[in-house]
Structure formats: C-alpha cells, structure tokens
Design a protein around this ligand. Structure first.
Ligand SMILES: Cc1ncc(COP(=O)(O)O)c(C=O)c1O
Length: 398
C-alpha cells in the first residue's frame, strides 16, 4: 500500500471559482512594519471591556458553569433571547418576542443562511451599490446573483430601485444596511425607509435589514429601524461592534416561518453558537454593562471620525470628496476619474492601506472610491496615514 502517494485533487466547480477577498489579501500586507492600515474593518481594541468580561465570565461560570460549557440549543440561550427582546424594544423600538429571535455565529452566518434558505442558485437579490463585501461573498458562494442599486447621501435611491424592479421584478429579497453603511458610512433617510417599505409591501418582497453599527451613533437624531416600522422585515444584529467580534455572536429577528428554517439550516452548519459567548453576552446586557460601554465606544470613535475628517480637509486635494458619517466605522472617499485599484501598488509603497472601492460593487466596475476605517488606528497614525494618502492622490493625479 503506497503511503503519501500524490493525489490528483479536483475541487468542486464552486471551490474552483473562489478567489481570496480583496480584504484578506490586504491583511497580509497590513502586517508589514510601518504600514498604516485603514483597510480592515476592525473595532479599536480599546473599546473592548476586558475587565467587565472577566467579571461577567467569573460570575457566569460560577453560577452556570455546567450549562455554559455544554452544547446549547440551536436558537441560543433562552435568557439571552429574553434580554435581546427587551433590549431591542428599549434601544431600537423593535417589538419582538424572545421566540422571534435566533442567535447566530456572527451576523455573517445569518447572511449566509438567509441566502441559502431564500434563494436558489441563479436567482437574484437586490442590494445597495456599493454594499458589504461579506454579503457579496456569502451570497455569491451560494450561486446567488446580486443586482446593485445606486445610492446617494440619503441611501439607496428609490427611483433607481423602481427602475431596477422593472427589469428584475422577482428578487428573493432586498438587502440594506440603513445605519452608517459599510462601506460608505451613509445612513438611509426616514423618507427613503418609508418608501422602501412601501415598495416592498406593494410587491410582496422581503426586506433584510443588517444593522451592526446602529448603536454607534455619534451625531444626528436616531432614525427608526425598518423592523420597527414593519414586522415582516428580517433584522440582523451582532455583538461584534458593541462588545467583541471575537465572541462571534449575532442574532436574527424574523417571522416564525423564516426563524424555523434558519434553525434547521444552522443545525447543519454548526449545531449552535458558542454557549460561552452567549452567557457572556447575556451578562453584558442584563448586568447593565452594555449601557455603560456603548457611550464610551461612541466617544472614542467620534473623536477619531472628527480627526480623520479634519485631516482630509488639511491634506487632501480639493477635488477629493468624502462622506461625513454620523456613526459607525467607515468613511468613503471618492475622486472622480481616479482608479483606486491602480493606485493601490503606490499606496503600499507609501505604506498606507485602504480597501479598493471596486470590492464593494456586486455587479459593476467602479474604481473611483476607497473605503477607510477610522476606528482602529491611533490618532497619530490617522494624521500620518491621511498625509500619506494626500501625497498618494498628488502622485497619482489623474
Ligand atoms: C454590514 C455588515 N454585516 C455583517 C457583518 C458581520 O459581522 P459579524 O459576523 O462579526 O457579526 C459586518 C462586519 O463587519 C458588517 O459590516
């Protein structure tokens, strides 16, 4: 019997078509010394409430250790679903029963599952253009097509959506990130939200609302979430940006038939989310830690947003445009006629990184923009990094 004989490996058609994402490639370069990276979408480690987590962990393991270290129910820890239902009502005005909620391994898992249970390969969904790159990967990985709808500073354009629906009348759902969108930082106006719900209801189309950043509002009035305006909306939340992405814990609020299908699909993927994470998240909400921590995260990020925008004003050529988000983690920088993919090699030489805007377009080529994360870098690096970007724009003048 030959051992370790060479094997001719043939991957599936899907695996053969997979390419590493622009962001994963970028993270490799990001580890080089002296590089300033505005690329990754990372929370600032200073925002992690390490002492609180230690205290919550000690309390939970003493009280619930045997359950905390055991497999849990697929829908997640019941007391966390109770806490989430109350938190969603108090913070977001969302009315939901604990039984409407299912916990997921980050909202990334929820996006993947929702694609799988709602659409067959070759069918299509509508997204904002640009949209979250992880959604593009999750849906594309299931053979689902995405049709992007143009945005302006008030979010997805509703006239453009109506036009798109003439050509593509049967999307499996419309996916939006109404608050401080990744990648643009744009927030959908209340008028657009109402119109979106109207359009979706007229045509019987499901809306998926992804809201990882909603709690991180630094300025401007809170705008009601789609789910608080319409009980048919499927709502995705996560602890990644208000506690820690390392817990890998998200949740979905949805009508019962959808929740049941998510439950079955999740059993095949990972049986259940991490019970350790669920107990920590439960203690974080019910112990009042979360209400104390969110204002601290907001304070930290707000001053970083302000600093980055001030640096744009000081160091960018005047024809460079940028969004001014009221919260979240990202800024979207655009220069008409620029090609940020082509500029990227020079950016690496200048030792500053961004994510190329083209990565966020599901179905078109658009190279004029870049996404910058303002939450991760130190203040010093924000100043120095924007100076380097300013130089990059000058060197690569159109
Ligand atoms: C819009 C959006 N949705 C979903 C996710 C996934 O978050 P997680 O899986 O960490 O909950 C992210 C992460 O950056 C995001 O920006």
């Amino acid at each position: 019997m030959a051992i370790n004989a060479p094997i001719k490996r043939e991957f599936s058609a899907l695996a053969s078509s997979m390419k590493p994402s622009a962001i994963r490639l970028l993270l490799k370069v990001a580890n080089q010394p002296d590089i300033i990276s505005f690329g990754g979408g990372l929370p600032n480690p200073e925002s992690f409430p390490i002492d609180d987590i230690r205290r919550i962990f000690d309390e939970q393991i003493s009280r619930n250790g045997k359950k905390m270290l055991q497999y849990g129910a697929t829908e997640g820890l019941d007391t966390l679903n109770v806490a989430l239902s109350k938190m969603l009502r108090d913070r977001e005005g969302i009315k939901s029963e604990p039984s409407d909620i299912i916990q997921t391994t980050g909202s990334q898992e929820a996006l993947y599952i929702i694609g799988k249970i709602m659409a067959n390969p070759g069918e299509y969904v509508i997204t904002e253009a640009p949209t979250y790159v992880g959604t593009i990967s999750a849906l594309r990985g299931s053979g689902i097509r995405m049709i992007g709808v143009e945005m302006d500073r008030y979010g997805m354009k509703m006239d453009a959506l109506r036009e798109t629906l003439k050509k593509y009348p049967n999307p499996k759902f419309i996916y939006v990130i109404p608050n401080f969108q990744n990648p643009t930082g744009i927030t959908m106006s209340i008028e657009r939200r109402k119109e979106l719900i109207e359009i979706a209801n007229e045509r019987g189309i499901m809306i998926v609302e992804d809201n990882p950043y909603g709690a991180l509002r630094f300025s401007g009035p809170q705008i009601p979430n789609l789910r608080s305006m319409d009980g048919n909306v499927v709502y995705l939340g996560t602890f990644s940006k208000v506690l820690s992405p390392g817990l890998r814990l998200g949740y979905v609020v949805s009508p019962p038939d959808i929740r049941d299908k998510i439950n079955i699909a999740k059993q095949a993927l990972d049986l259940a989310s991490s019970t350790v994470s669920e107990y920590i998240a439960e203690g974080y909400i019910t112990g009042g830690y979360m209400d104390k921590q969110i204002p601290k995260i907001i304070e930290l990020y707000k001053q970083k947003r302000d600093l980055m925008i001030e640096c744009f004003q000081n160091y960018f050529p005047k024809d460079v445009e940028y969004t001014r988000p009221n919260g979240g983690m990202f800024l979207w920088v655009t220069r008409k006629g620029a090609d940020t993919d082509k500029m990227f090699d020079e950016a690496v030489k200048q030792k500053v990184l961004y994510v190329v805007g083209s990565a966020f377009y599901p179905d078109e080529d658009n190279h004029e923009s870049m996404r910058l994360n303002f939450t991760y870098s130190s203040n010093e690096n924000i100043v120095e990094g924007v100076k380097r970007l300013g130089k990059l724009f000058e060197i690569t003048a159109k």
